[in-house]
Ligand binder design. Sequence first.
Ligand code: CP3
Length: 362
Amino acid sequence: MLNEPTHRFLRACHSLPVEQTPIWLMRQAGRYLPEYMRVRQQAGDFLALCKNPDLATEVTLQPVYRFDMDAAILFSDILVVPEAMGMSLSFGSGEGPVLEPVLRNAADLQRLTPVQPEEQLGYVLQTVTQIRQALAGRVPLIGFSGSPWTLATYMVEGGSSKTFRYIKGMLFDQPALLQQLLDQISDVVADYLNAQIAHGVQAVQIFDTWGGVLGPREFVAFSLRSIRRIVDRLQRTGADGQPVPVILFAKGCGALLEEMVATGCDVIGLDWTTDLASARRHVAQRAALQGNLDPAVLYASPQIIRQQVRRLLQDYGAHPGHIFNLGHGMAQDMDPQRVVDLVTAVREESRLLLQQQALQKG
Ligand code: CP3
């Protein structure tokens, strides 16, 4: 490969050999870290923290330094995109995010405004610049966006949902209207991710947190279709001339690996309900895999954490193209010490496994 990356996270994204399996964790910065709580309090609230590039940079770096992670992920939220499109966003204490006024018909869609990432989302791009400066090449920086489908669920429901009544109502009753909304979001997301890349992110992850609430046909027609539209439009060479891998994390969609590969992504993020060994056999040579430890393993003892890590590494086997991660994000009540146990186990066990394999080959 021309311009072969040196960091093990980027190498694994491109299925290049590494000496130990890289690890980072979804939601690695957050409320389980006392140092995060201190900075959030300094900012006032979560959204103010996202909009303050100095403080957002600080919390991005916290887990990188504390745990020696192999990648940093931009500290922000997927819902800043609907806000940039003209909706009002707030995080009520306890009840999750609120987006207003909700979108339910064609007239509502008319209210959405065009987005120039440098304007409405300039604070995110400024944060990207500052994080890259602060990291000084220590580890790569991952940028991200929500998928159009996942963003649309929040925009149509007005927040989190258990039943997805309104967005699914729109999907079945007004499919053309939903496609129009998804296309509009896709174009914003493509511009936004390209702006993140131009400002220095070295990989991007698309979170399709709610892809799994769709049936397989609807997942392909409504979620993957718009993800593919974005991937097609991405500038996949970074500011430094290196290729920028695209990671697709679609929760609950492990049965549709083939369809996910077809979007053109480089890495597929898996939740813990998918068997890593069979997923690898399925996509080998075509995509790298990220995941997929059940986050609840972090509630167990260090011995069990190590045992589960070893099993997962063995499931993947000594092949290139594995990035260790959880199957979903860190929870608020987790113990940072268990993350230390996890990272240590991944380092030690993966070195052992990869060395044994090299010896057998040699
Ligand atoms: O991974 C990281 O460390 C980067 C930061 C990040 C956050 N949110 C910070 C955050 C990322 C990548 C996200 C993505 C995100 N946001 C997703 C997709 C990933 C996933 O979890 O499936 C979704 C669905 C959201 C929307 C969202 N943001 C919800 C539903 C909530 C509230 C839930 C809750 O726990 O209250 C958030 C808030 C949020 N985003 C927090 C953090 C650290 C907690 C806010 C706080 O400090 O109070």
